[in-house]
Write a protein that binds this ligand. Structure first.
Ligand SMILES: NC(=O)c1ccc[n+]([C@@H]2O[C@H](COP(=O)([O-])OP(=O)(O)OC[C@H]3O[C@@H](n4cnc5c(N)ncnc54)[C@H](O)[C@@H]3O)[C@@H](O)[C@H]2O)c1
Length: 277
């Protein structure tokens, strides 16, 4: 979608981090923007901080894990701005733990938000984009954790691998309709993802605490310091806008991750070389 000005973008997880940076970049490109998020105070502050764009930026409360909530948010967006053209299924959470101590509630929470949330976004907006026929682009936020399993046995990696696979399938399906798909795969970005527990819905119970002396706690601390030293969200957003304009499927932001991906593909190819029949 070469021309963004005058179109409308809907961004989940738009109150913070990458989603907020996407919202700002879309507004700067002349788009109308609906930021959708589960955290009301942060959402109000995010909209307020973009007031220089006037009424072209608004916020709507939404839990992506709940399809009815996303549907309501979509309707609020149609009412405010008319047709939606760019959808960023970006809301996400992270929960760690070692192989033996990730609670089943953590698995459910992370998969419901990171994977089902993306699915709900696609199911909500794809029929709308097809029907209005003005063109569209869907951006699904995965992660480098969807390209290689550096985080070990983790619901986060599982959710992100699934988002990559789902996006590849979706891209092939909607290309003939003139609808683009991108899957965003960043490594560490300076955001609040390390504090995801702040948005954990009650139905998943309290965030389990980690034994501070456990290997899992050491991994969490290491991740927190790498997030602090991570890329600025605005740089990620700039890359995404470029990918939308040039209709690119894979969106990478960290060139230093190439080696890890190469290693994984080389191992897969070496295994394929052993196939004899
Ligand atoms: N920060 C990183 O290093 C990094 C790297 C790769 C991928 N990502 C992905 O980027 C996306 C954005 O995360 P971020 O890093 O900007 O973190 P963030 O915590 O700063 O922002 C995430 C936003 O999602 C919202 N959110 C959480 N649960 C929600 C729900 N159920 N419904 C609606 N909104 C919800 C939060 O309120 C928050 O505003 C996530 O999908 C994350 O997995 C982040």
């Amino acid at each position: 979608m070469r021309e963004l000005a005058g179109k409308t973008a809907f961004v989940t997880g738009g109150a913070s981090g990458i989603g907020f940076a996407l919202g700002r970049a879309f507004a700067e490109a002349g788009m109308k923007v609906m930021l959708a998020d589960i955290e009301p105070d942060a959402l109000a502050a995010a909209v307020e901080s973009l007031q220089s764009f006037g009424s072209g930026v608004r916020g709507v409360s939404c839990d992506v894990a709940d399809p009815a909530s996303l549907e309501r948010a979509a309707n609020a967006s149609y009412e405010a701005f008319g047709n939606v053209h760019v959808v960023c299924n970006n809301a996400g959470v992270a929960a760690g733990g070692g192989i033996d101590n990730i609670s089943i509630e953590n698995w459910r929470w992370v998969l419901d938000v990171n994977l089902m949330g993306v699915l709900h976004g696609v199911r909500t907006f794809l029929p709308h984009i097809r029907a209005h026929g003005e063109g569209g682009h869907i951006v699904n936020t995965a992660s480098m954790a969807g390209m290689q399993t550096g985080l070990g046995f983790s619901p986060y990696g599982a959710s992100k691998f699934a988002v990559v696979g789902m996006s590849e399938g979706l891209a092939a399906q909607v290309r003939p309709l003139g609808i683009g798909v991108s899957v965003l795969c960043p490594s560490f970005v300076r955001t609040r993802i390390g504090e995801s527990g702040r948005n954990r819905q009650q139905c998943y119970g309290p965030m389990p605490s980690l034994d501070p002396n456990s290997p899992a706690a050491a991994v969490v601390a290491e991740i927190a310091s790498r997030l602090q030293a991570g890329l600025e969200p605005a740089a990620v957003a700039a890359r995404v806008l470029d990918a939308i304009r040039n209709d690119e499927l894979y969106v990478f932001t960290h060139p230093n991750m190439r080696e890890e991906v190469d290693e994984r593909f080389a191992a897969i190819q070496a295994a394929m070389d052993k196939v004899v029949c």
